[in-house]
Design a protein around this ligand. Sequence first.
Ligand code: ZN
Ligand code: ZN
Length: 347
Amino acid sequence: MRALVKVAPGPGMEVREVPIPPCGPSDVLIRVQHAGVCGTDLHIWEWDAWAAGRLRPPLTIGHEFAGTIVEVGGEARADGLLQVGDQVTAEGHIVCGHCLPCRTGDAHVCQRTRIIGVDRDGAFAEYIAMPASNVMKLDGLPTEIGAIMDPAGNAVHTVLEGGNVPGSAVLVLGCGPIGCFAVGVARAAGASLVIASDMNPTRLALARSMGAGVSLNPATDDVATRCRELTGGNGADLVCEMSGHPAGHETAFAAARLGGRINFLGTPSQATRVEFARDIIFKGLTLYGVTGRRMYGTWHQLFRLLRAGQFDPRPVITHRFHMEQMGEAVQVIRNGGAGKVILEIGA
Ligand SMILES: [Zn+2]
Ligand SMILES: [Zn+2]
């Protein structure tokens, strides 16, 4: 089969002919139709310090995907839940099931998580084998949407953790694809006001198309001050920090209201200075670090929002490429003119 492979340490990837992965007894083999290109894939393409420290090439890349089951392993077949022909997506974090977090409902922070396309072969390929327990039927949702449920799930996790969105003012800092999804999820969950902030006007336009009532640009707006003005002087009830930038963190602490909450998804590459007394303790803030998606509560919340038509992620999809065009996909994402980029892999 054809697959997008990190052949050796260093920048770039290549489409290579590789063996179709074997389907183990508890696995299903999936013919991939659509896949999502993620910031993680860019780090891998560029071979930054994180990628060099974590990946062991040769490796097939990609972790966001959807497709059709073509084979069901013996044990998975006995379960009777998944059939050949089912259109499915999958949680790309394969967890151990035995560690303390796994056994206490926090498998998204499993001590031994293995991520497809990072720690084992991934989804930018004509076929992928996945443990059946990670796989979910799309039940009529298109595979293009199935392919972005991983990052949309990140957004659901970020917005809904804390459970107080109805009627609230939500500030989304950083409007890449997950930030734009977060805007749509916050609206779907009943936020009365969603404020979006980003340096990039293209991304702010996408955020508005997803339901942001106000869009702010830190290049010209004092985001925290504007956020307080828009909320009767109080500040945001919930800040979704998607930028991972120290300036975003500073804004998050300044913009959150007393007794408010910040859910952090963006991953910084440098340390952030925080005045604990002023910014956290005396503000009575609740902070939460978002890793992956809750298994599988987040997925079920997202399925329900999608099926009910309350949340439509499609405006965020701006580009579609074939595997052979990964270099172009990387370029449009780097240039900042893209929302979510999809790879069309199989018909
Ligand atoms: Zn991703
Ligand atoms: Zn575990």
